[in-house]
Design a protein around this ligand. Structure first.
Ligand code: MTE
Length: 308
């Protein structure tokens, strides 16, 4: 976000889209419903057999190639193509997630074991970056709420925050002090428990690629993309509101809530419009990225201009 490169992408997502739609039809007919990681399938199969969700949009999908090559993942460089070029150094298996803080089930969890207890769904969400570009992404994943319930947060747990892996050997971008590593992000507990909030495990029926935050990332579709933290190794329940990486870097430009809001401009970018990657014409940005019905109640009584 410090550096914005305008890579011009072409409007050629038709082929991928058709193949994907056909595969989805095939999967639906062949597999029926309910097959997911909870059945003990390896993740790669669970992602491919993800169950459809009523929360999905039917808008035109962004091309797989664009989703996986136009990325923000500063641990691998600040250019849009750096993550795809450099993230092969990240080792995603085995992967441990540490759960700590205000909960009854803290511990170090092997990701494979955690995933045995969840059902993988397909969620097609709009994804809006604060830089002014957007995508429509068919995520595979499961509600964060499912994992939180299992960890039994105490009554003191008002917020939950997340950390990305911190290992400059695997993430060479961390050798530079671009951000205060590790990358951290947080949500208020009611935001974390909202059924839209997802822990992503895949895209287009395939396991997440490293550049998109493998093996586990957050997806919060009504907030600017930087809230959707990648390659999560820690989940912490806390009583106090955490400070996220971008707030630490520049509190005048980035806030804690960071809900998509076309009325509130970022100091460097108007948020009224956005450019869908793969399309030429800009479109109007929607309040809460179009998820107003599901999430507006969370912010009742708050001045959304102040609570950026
Ligand atoms: N998570 C980590 N750990 N590091 C990052 O640099 N970038 C954020 C977010 N999560 C980032 C991150 C930003 S600014 C955006 S827009 C999204 O990831 C981009 O996700 P994508 O590259 O999969 O589209």
């Amino acid at each position: 976000m410090l550096i914005l490169k305008n890579k011009d992408l072409t409007d050629n997502d038709v082929t991928d889209f058709d193949i994907y739609q056909n595969r989805r039809k095939f999967m639906k007919n062949a597999a029926g419903v309910g097959i997911a990681a909870a059945t003990g399938l390896p993740l790669i199969e669970a992602n491919a057999k993800a169950v459809k969700s009523p929360y999905s949009t039917n808008e035109k999908l962004t091309d797989y190639e664009d989703i996986t090559s136009y990325c923000n993942f500063y641990e691998f460089g600040t250019g849009k193509s750096d993550p795809a070029n450099n993230a092969h150094t990240l080792v995603t298996s085995p992967w441990t997630v540490t759960v700590e803080g205000e909960c009854e089930k803290p511990g170090k969890y092997n990701l494979e074991d955690l995933l045995k207890t969840v059902s993988i769904e397909e969620r097609i969400y709009r994804f809006r970056c604060v830089e002014g570009w957007s995508m429509v992404i068919p995520w595979m994943g499961f509600p964060l709420a499912d994992l939180i319930k299992r960890m039994k947060p105490t009554s003191k747990a008002k917020y939950v925050y997340f950390e990305t892996l911190h290992d400059p050997k695997q993430m060479p971008g961390q050798k530079r002090a671009v951000l205060d590593w590790p990358y951290t992000e947080g949500l208020r507990m009611d935001e974390a428990m909202n059924p839209l909030t997802l822990l992503g495990t895949g895209i287009y029926g395939k396991d997440l690629l490293n550049q998109n935050g493998a093996p586990l990332r957050l997806v919060v579709p009504w907030k600017y993309g930087f809230k959707s933290i990648k390659s999560i190794v820690k989940i912490h329940f806390s009583e106090t509101q955490p400070v996220n990486s971008w707030q630490k870097a520049n509190k005048n430009e980035y806030g804690f809530f960071s809900n998509v809001n076309p009325q509130v401009s970022h100091p460097r970018w108007s948020q009224r419009k956005e450019r869908r990657i793969g399309q030429f014409r800009k479109i109007k940005t929607q309040m809460f990225n179009g998820y107003e019905k599901q999430v507006a109640a969370l912010y009742k009584g708050m001045d959304l201009k102040k609570h950026y």
